[in-house]
Write a protein that binds this ligand. Structure first.
Ligand code: LMR
Length: 396
């Protein structure tokens, strides 16, 4: 049966790291996958995570299965982080949350749920979006279309075009939005623009599905939630997928969540029962360790304060690298205006480099970035900045 199985193409993001690992050039630089690195080029384990793990080692009493939708304490703390502790949504019981193996599983569970309950719904994605989004919906059998998002001329948000397109989407369809730190463009709507987006979706009866993988990596934990909270205030129903890979540095622990918001507590419980059925047939129930770390940190005021400090340090280091990248390119004699890179938020910069230039960076300089020109700014360090900008100046 397997003799004639064709080779699948490498993944457009994770496949680059596979190629990077095979490269023998000692000066190689990997700025493809969205993983944070510190000044020395290491992906650190946060001190608050180590402290939580020590606590868990002493207190953990069982490795029995978690419930299908994960630890209730984790789900509650996550809801408070997304919607704010005093949110009327939470007091009214309109939100039900499942702990999931990170954001990818959360989006996949959402896709399976939509396919099962609303098989005619199309999911509308931003152009561009994270390359795994279309793959996930295709795997779940969900139809997808796209709406304009990025304006190549201004290197900003194509807001008018986006809003006009959203205003044409039929009620009962789904719009996938990036909660903050849009991947790959690094361009987010402002708080006012989020209000306008929420208004249009509410008017049309379109369901928002928010992929919220970078809370705290853009402007701050509360600021980055402006979009989700604007949608939650205006739209009676929505789905929110989160990931704690980046903001807690828990990449390999696979920890995230899927929240369903419904108009009533009863409707939220019914939706949650369907989501649990989807999870049971997929991975049964989530792994415990990552969720236990997040819950331990969020429930302990001292650990939480420490986490917020460590998160701010990561965010500020990325901002510093953005500025340094723009300045170093200029110092290398690059004429093109890259100042927009300092205005983008989150891990990524949409550099505008062409496919050929990306290929030359790899072949001639062993510098690996994603084919669409996305550079992981969180992987830049004072140690690799000069080599990186020299190479970019050469291919430009
Ligand atoms: C990325 O876009 O690089 C990250 O979200 C990691 C991934 O799984 O692709």
């Amino acid at each position: 049966m397997f003799e004639n199985v064709p080779m699948a193409p490498p993944d457009s993001i994770l496949g680059i790291t596979e190629a990077f690992n095979k490269d023998t050039n000692p000066r190689k630089i990997n700025l493809s996958v969205g993983v944070y690195k510190d000044e020395s080029g290491k992906t650190p384990i946060l001190a608050c995570v180590k402290a939580a793990e020590k606590k868990l080692l002493e207190t953990e009493g069982s490795k029995s299965y978690l419930p299908i939708d994960g630890m209730p304490q984790y789900d509650k703390l996550v809801q408070e982080m997304i919607f704010a502790p005093q949110s009327p949504l939470l007091t009214a019981g309109r939100v039900a949350t499942s702990q999931t193996p990170s954001g990818t599983a959360a989006v996949r569970v959402a896709a399976d749920y939509l396919h099962k309950l609303f098989p005619k719904a199309t999911v509308w994605m931003s152009d561009p979006t994270w390359p795994n989004h279309p793959q996930i919906f295709a795997a779940a059998g969900v139809a997808t279309k796209s709406y304009p998002y990025f304006d190549k001329v201004t290197n900003g948000l194509a807001f008018e075009k986006m809003l006009a397109a959203l205003g044409q989407i039929p009620g009962g369809d789904v719009v996938l939005l990036h909660g903050c730190c849009h991947n790959p463009s690094g361009i987010d709507p402002t708080a006012e623009q989020w209000q306008a987006i929420a208004r249009v979706l509410a008017q049309r009866g379109v369901l928002p599905l928010v992929d919220f993988a970078y809370q705290g990596f853009g402007l701050g934990l509360q600021e980055d939630a402006a979009g989700v909270r604007a949608l939650a205030a205006q739209c009676p129903e929505m789905l929110v997928a989160t990931s704690y890979s980046k903001n807690f540095g828990l990449y390999s622990e696979r920890v995230g969540s899927l929240s369903v918001v419904a108009a009533t507590s009863q409707a939220a419980q019914a939706a949650q029962s369907q989501i649990k059925a989807v999870i049971r047939a997929n991975y049964s129930n989530p792994p415990a360790h990552g969720g236990a770390i997040v819950a331990t940190i969020l429930a302990d005021p001292a650990l939480k304060a420490q986490w917020e400090q460590e998160l701010a340090a990561m965010r500020n280091r990325i901002l510093g690298m953005r500025k340094s990248f723009v300045q170093t390119l200029k110092a290398k004699g690059v004429q093109a205006d890259f100042s927009f890179i300092a205005r983008q938020t989150g891990m990524f910069s949409f550099s505008g480099l062409s496919k050929d230039q990306v290929e030359r960076l790899k072949k001639e300089f062993s510098i690996y970035i994603v084919g669409n020109g996305r550079i992981n700014v969180a992987g830049m360090t004072p140690g690799n900045m000069d080599a990186l900008c020299t190479a970019i100046a050469a291919v430009l």
